[in-house]
Design a protein around this ligand. Structure first.
Ligand SMILES: Cc1ncc(COP(=O)(O)O)c(C=O)c1O
Length: 385
């Protein structure tokens, strides 16, 4: 059900771009958005008890901007920066009201953005395009469900198409057609030569971490972070390493059939590797086989290791969180870390707990990264499972 691979290599990395000081502008931009409000931080004392730790906290992103996932944090901040760059505005001084008035509004109305998504990032981009009044073209990999495509259209102003390509091929293709059409690529993963926009997206995610730091009375000793391409995990890890006085223990958590960080740690050569699994998982947001270069720099350098989890682990987490009072609605990619904590409480995993130095003083921070983004599947897992 779960496998753990320790990161034997590690390397030095620079996390200062995720520090509180360097991301102040991110929080300024988010707080200008009409729908902005900090999301809830929930404590799970019974799970902490079963696991034998001091506390387990869950930052619940299921209500972020009404989009049911954290991803809009990155999309809107990066789009803001790209618009400021195109219009030669100072991003420290510009305001959303300024961008909505002439002559900015007309120029923004002519801008086109493009991205690939397995759901939530595209929804954030579509929503952000609606906020700014520009165009968005969103492409989805094969196997994407129509309900997610429609949710992206409904969130804002994007045109959406489901392609017949795997996620990573779709990313490369979108990058090419964006260039051919003069559209701006707003992709939530980086590669050599394409790092500025993904860095803005990653910095956008740090708002959820700094909110959590304001909400917690203590600092986390452990973070378990879902990874698709790893951009979210890398950003939160970077912010945590900058903020917590003693460096927290950080582990990635992936779907076992598409576990690029787990497999890279297992390879043990200090390099990122493409996942070799079938790519079949209900955790759609984690279905990415190639690590983001910026994320690898941080997680390959500083994570203790990575978990590969079967779909049953996230189903366990979805049910567990739904039984909280009030319920925490956690979708397939959101609940896997809670399911992992429940699985780790079993005596069978005492060596893994020791490896992670989990004990009575540990304070764990998890992120429920999405709500019921596929409501039919959510219902069938939580109510009929
Ligand atoms: C709900 C959810 N959780 C986690 C992730 C993983 O984020 P990343 O691809 O940055 O690792 C995603 C990515 O789309 C997601 O949609």
């Amino acid at each position: 059900m779960i496998q753990f691979s320790r990161n034997a290599q590690g390397h030095k990395c620079n996390t200062s771009v995720f520090s509180q000081a360097q991301t102040r502008i991110v929080r300024r931009v988010h707080s200008m958005v009409a729908d902005y409000a900090p999301t809830a931080l929930r404590e799970l004392p019974e799970l902490a008890n079963r696991l034998g730790v001091r506390a387990v906290f869950v930052k619940d992103e299921s209500s972020r901007f009404g989009l049911k996932a954290f991803k809009g944090l990155g999309g809107i901040y990066a789009m803001y920066r790209m618009i400021c760059e195109a219009l030669e505005l100072d991003p420290e001084a510009a305001t959303l009201d300024m961008l909505r008035t002439s002559p900015c509004r007309e120029r923004i109305g002519e801008m086109h953005f493009a991205t690939t998504t397995d759901g939530n990032h595209g929804k954030g981009v579509s929503w952000a395009a609606g906020v700014f009044g520009c165009h968005a073209h969103v492409f989805m990999p094969k196997g994407s469900v129509e309900v997610r495509a429609q949710a992206i259209r409904d969130a804002g102003s994007a045109e959406v198409a489901i392609t017949d390509m795997a996620y990573d091929d779709c990313v490369a293709w979108t990058s090419r057609i964006a260039e051919e059409n003069g559209w701006l690529l707003i992709q939530d993963t980086s590669w050599e030569g394409y790092e500025q926009v993904p860095l803005w997206i990653m910095q956008g995610y740090t708002t959820l971490f700094y909110e959590a730091m304001n909400q917690m009375k203590t600092r986390p000793t452990h973070l378990f972070l879902q990874a698709g391409v790893g951009a979210m995990a890398g950003a939160i890890a970077g912010a945590a390493l900058e903020t917590c006085p003693s460096a927290p223990i950080i582990a990635t958590v992936e779907a076992e059939q598409v576990a690029c960080f787990y497999e890279s740690f297992k390879a043990g050569d200090g390099l990122p590797h493409k996942a070799t699994g079938s790519g079949e998982t209900i955790m759609a947001g984690l279905n990415c086989a190639v690590p983001c270069t910026l994320a690898w720099d941080i997680l390959g350098g500083r994570a203790i290791g990575g978990f590969a989890c079967s779909d049953e682990v996230t189903e366990l987490g979805m049910r567990l969180l739904s039984r909280e009072n009030p319920p925490i609605v956690a979708g397939e990619s959101g609940a896997v870390t809670a399911g992992l904590m429940e699985a780790l409480a079993d005596a069978e995993y005492s060596d893994v707990r020791d490896n992670l130095r989990l004990d009575r003083d540990s304070v764990i921070l998890l992120i429920n990264t999405e709500g019921d983004t596929d409501p039919d599947n959510y219902r069938s897992i939580v109510y009929h499972g």
